[in-house]
Ligand binder design. Structure first.
Ligand code: ZN
Ligand code: ZN
Length: 322
């Protein structure tokens, strides 16, 4: 995620017209049902995010379950949750991914911040389970004030504390790779794997991974080229296990390979480029994964254009939406 998304989330565009009457044609390849989606705003009500996603032609989506820049969160009410479930069933929106709050830093060397972060993640997991989301995506945090190893250990401990006793309802936590700026943990797959290893046996929920294409490029995995994508997949297979990579964040990158700077760009306009995304979306080891956009909305329609762009790069027969 980057900052550009969050402002759109708070003041998302109003729904244009009705969504209910527009049933999309199902052209469905059961073997590889393509899942393309986008981060959408919950402004107004939870289920509005589902309607916005369907309206944009998505069949998977991501939301914040509360304001991404506030510690306090209001639990969603039962009516809203029911409407969300109905909308997801009606528009075949699967999976639902919740991105965690930006303020959370489970690796913090400041004990007060760490404790606040544990409570906030606990809230994220509780809300996600109530909403019926499949995944919560979490950033591995920042080890400023200590060493990387200490940060990784603190993150694992915090995660175990946050999940203790929460009824997670099949929910899986996904560790997202990062661009690796400053003291951010998660620029290498080995760091993500180390957290999982440490937390797995004692955490009350399953742990997988989310790979962000822009973060891959910025942290030094050259997903823009055929050879680089092969290398990245080899590294992911070795360190993470590709079956544990449950979601791909499909973002082009405004910054070049190994820049360590996290700036998302419209698909095809950044350093990954159209051919880079065509290879990523159609790769036999990736094509069955859900691809979720977190691209900027610089002008109205950018969200729909990025979805259309991703779809145009895949074989038509594999999508479940028009
Ligand atoms: Zn993120
Ligand atoms: Zn991301």
């Amino acid at each position: 995620m980057d900052a550009e998304i969050s402002s759109a989330d708070v003041s998302g565009p109003a729904l244009s017209g009705t969504t209910g009457g527009r049933r999309r044609a199902l052209c469905y390849d059961k073997q590889y049902p393509l899942r393309i989606g986008i981060h959408t705003s919950i402004a107004g009500a939870l289920d509005k995010a589902a309607h916005r996603a369907a309206e944009l032609g998505a069949n998977t989506f991501q939301i914040f379950s509360c304001s991404p820049r506030m510690w306090r969160a209001v639990p969603p009410d039962a009516d809203e949750i029911r409407r969300m479930r109905d909308a997801r069933a009606r528009f075949d929106l699967n999976p639902l991914v919740i991105h965690d709050n930006y303020l959370i830093n489970l690796a913090s060397s400041d004990e007060a911040v760490r404790e606040k972060s544990v409570a906030a993640l606990r809230g994220e997991l509780t809300r996600a389970a109530a909403i019926g989301a499949e995944y919560v995506v979490a950033h591995p945090g920042n080890y400023r004030g200590g060493t990387l190893e200490e940060g990784i250990v603190r993150f694992a401990r915090s995660l175990i504390e946050a999940a203790a006793g929460v009824k997670t309802n099949g929910l899986m936590l996904l560790l997202e790779n990062t661009a690796g700026s400053g003291a951010a943990i998660g620029a290498s797959f080995e760091e993500l794997a180390a957290i999982r290893e440490l937390a797995l046996s004692r955490a009350d929920l399953p742990i997988g991974y989310c790979l962000d294409t822009a973060h891959c490029l910025a942290s030094g995995y050259d997903v823009a080229t055929a050879a680089g994508l092969r290398e990245m997949l080899k590294a992911a297979e070795g360190a993470l296990g590709l079956e544990r990579v449950r979601v791909i964040h499909a973002n082009d990158s405004k910054t070049p390979l190994s820049s360590r700077v996290d700036r998302h760009e419209h698909i095809g306009r950044g350093y990954i480029g159209v051919e880079g995304f065509r290879r990523i979306l159609t790769h036999p080891k990736l094509r069955a994964k859900p691809f979720i956009l977190e691209t900027p909305i610089d002008k109205p329609g950018d969200d729909a254009r990025n979805i259309a762009m991703l779809k145009s790069l895949c074989r038509k027969s594999r999508t479940t939406t028009k």
